[in-house]
Design a protein around this ligand. Structure first.
Ligand code: HEM
Ligand SMILES: [Cu+2]
Length: 550
């Protein structure tokens, strides 16, 4: 394999770990800052989950007290969604999008840095509420009024106040990021990089970020009104004062359902890059997969009421949103079909990124089936607020999206660090994750069907069997990150040097050096053909400046 190209002759900036702790406007540094920071929050969110699972190992309340248990699940959910998955994928996209479209950086590098630097203080602020005398917010990650507006003593709730402020800050960060991604993808593509020559990952980021820009203001607006009710004595959502708490649910889910696809679309993009590379086969149905991203984004903006079937929703609304929700399956089905067809005709190489991607797709299928079940109103009314729902969404957020993130981190590790990771440790990480995740989250489905309600710290003894399995699985998941951390730390400093394109993958990021130089490419490449058509991007995609127009 000789991947050395003249285009990559510019040496990467001196590898100095200190720059990752400084204020930089290089999208690659910012991407790594995002990934590193959010991974710390992932570990913290995971620690909260371990405490939850320790409490649920036995039916009685014996590890924490009730208010603390409420705080644990509230902050676990909030941290995992708003400080792990959404910003971590923003970090992966930050690193990759400019490279993939042949740009030297993001459109607004300074805004990019500001969007990142909002996250650490917002996260620390949120977690600091554990040290308040009356504890953290306790009303779950939705923060529904009127519960979020009450304490046992009826006083002003500091934890809830902090929760709202940090969520608004994180929302501002996401909006800044969204503006930047959309601008960059629309305006900064290299000459010849038409929309239908972009890698599918870029399509998924574009659709996810447009969706985010469209929907996030609704949540931010809702949170500000909630803040007014909490701190300034207004009555928007207080039922006893003629307010309407259901309006909050609409404002909340108008963003928070699409948020699932802000997270899932880039994960689908990652699958669409990894699976062809390790099948040595172009992605089947590129155009359909690319366009299905927009299909998913559009449909998922109109399904939010499926979270409110049990909130005294009128019949016509239930019916409409049941039907629209099922449409999501059409577009995700297109993608699953394309990945299957790519693997079907391909020559499989089962290295760690591919294992994570394949397992992620299979478990997404399972999550999709339980999702369609939940979209059916009669079924949803039956299992609403039970562990069936918790099981369903952890198959999405962990077994699909977190798996995709790990796949991405292994896949682009050589590009990011210039070194190979250790395959054995990667496989160990994969198997521990696969076993742990299924042990932890599968049992939640039978538990929910049997009637175990979510957000309870003690439960009826007949539920204990499956709960022991789930807790053991959670502890396996806790251990599973250790080989990953060891692998990253050791391989980053001592791994075998990586070539420009160790996986024979397509896409402009594999044409430049590993790691890429400061402005990504020696000169901005001119794109002649879509990379997914060919096995070797350096031959197919790039032609030197001056030969355009043939
Ligand atoms: C280490 C692996 C994880 C374990 C063992 C775990 C476990 C749990 C459990 C047992 C609950 C239910 C608590 C209750 O209702 O009393 C829960 C809730 C939740 N989890 Fe996880 N989880 C994990 C990872 C994740 C990840 C990666 C996400 C990403 C988004 C996530 C998001 C949530 C959310 C949103 C809730 C709902 C919180 C609420 O009810 O307000 N979890 N988790
Ligand atoms: Cu939803």
């Amino acid at each position: 394999m000789t991947d050395d190209l003249s285009i990559a002759s510019k040496l990467p900036a001196k590898q100095n770990w200190r720059r990752y702790f400084s204020f930089s406007t290089d999208h690659k540094v910012i991407g790594i800052q995002y990934i590193f920071t959010t991974f710390i929050f992932f570990l913290i969110g995971g620690l909260l989950a371990m405490l939850i699972r320790a409490e649920l190992l036995t039916p009685a309340l014996n590890v924490v007290d009730r208010p603390l248990y409420n705080g644990l699940f509230t902050l676990h959910g909030t941290v995992m969604i708003f400080l792990w998955i959404i910003p971590c994928l923003a970090g992966v996209a930050n690193y990759l999008v400019p490279l993939m479209i042949g740009a030297s950086d993001m459109g607004f590098p300074l805004v990019n840095a500001i969007a990142f630097w909002i996250i650490p203080p917002a996260g620390i602020l949120l977690l600091s509420s554990f040290f308040l005398p009356d504890g953290t917010a306790q009303s779950g990650w939705w923060s529904y009024p009127p519960i979020s507006l009450q304490t046992s003593s009826g006083q002003f709730i500091n934890g809830e106040f902090i929760w709202i402020v940090s969520l608004v800050l994180l929302g501002i960060s996401s909006i800044l990021g969204g503006v930047n991604f959309v601008t960059t993808i629309v305006w900064m593509r290299a000459p010849g990089m038409t929309f239908f020559r972009m890698p599918v990952f870029v399509w998924t980021v574009l659709s996810a970020q447009i969706l985010q820009l469209f929907c996030l203001p609704s949540l931010t607006g809702g949170l500000i009104l909630l803040f007014f009710d909490l701190a300034l004595g207004t009555n928007f959502f207080k039922p006893l004062e003629n307010g309407d708490p259901i309006i909050y649910q609409h404002l909340f889910w108008f963003y928070s359902h699409p948020a699932v696809y802000v997270m899932a679309l880039p994960a689908f993009g990652i699958f669409s890059e990894i699976i062809p590379a390790f099948s040595r086969n172009p992605l089947f149905g590129y155009r359909s997969v690319a366009l299905a991203s927009f299909g998913i984004a559009i449909v998922s903006a109109f399904v939010w009421v499926h979270h409110m079937f049990a909130s005294a929703t009128p019949g016509w609304m239930r019916l409409t949103f049941m039907v629209s929700s099922m449409f999501v399956a059409v577009f995700t089905g297109i993608k699953v079909f394309a990945w299957t067809a790519t693997v079907w005709k391909g020559k499989l190489h089962l290295e760690t990124p591919m294992l994570f991607a394949l397992a992620g797709v299979v478990m997404f299928l399972f999550a999709g089936i339980t999702g369609v079940m939940l979209a059916a109103v009669p079924f949803d009314l039956h299992v609403n607020n039970t562990y069936f729902v918790v099981g369903h969404f952890h198959y999405v957020v962990y077994n699909t999206i977190t798996m995709a993130i790990f796949g991405a981190l292994y896949f682009w590790f050589p590009k990011i660090t210039g070194r190979m990771y250790a395959e054995g440790w990667g496989k160990l990480h994969f198997w521990l994750t696969l076993i742990g995740a299924n042990l932890a989250f599968f049992p939640m489905h039978p538990l929910g069907l049997q009637g175990m309600v979510r957000r309870i710290s003690s439960y009826d003894g007949r539920y204990q069997g499956w709960n022991i399995v789930a807790s053991l699985g959670a502890f396996v998941l806790g251990v599973s990150v250790l080989p990953f951390i060891a692998n990253v730390v050791v391989s980053w400093s001592q791994g075998i040097k990586a070539t420009n394109n160790p996986w024979h993958a397509t896409g402009l990021e594999w044409v430049t050096s590993s790691p890429p130089p400061v402005e990504n490419f020696e000169e901005i490449p001119i794109v002649k053909r879509p990379p997914y058509d060919y096995g070797d991007p350096k031959v197919a995609v790039i032609e030197p400046v001056g030969e355009e127009g043939s």
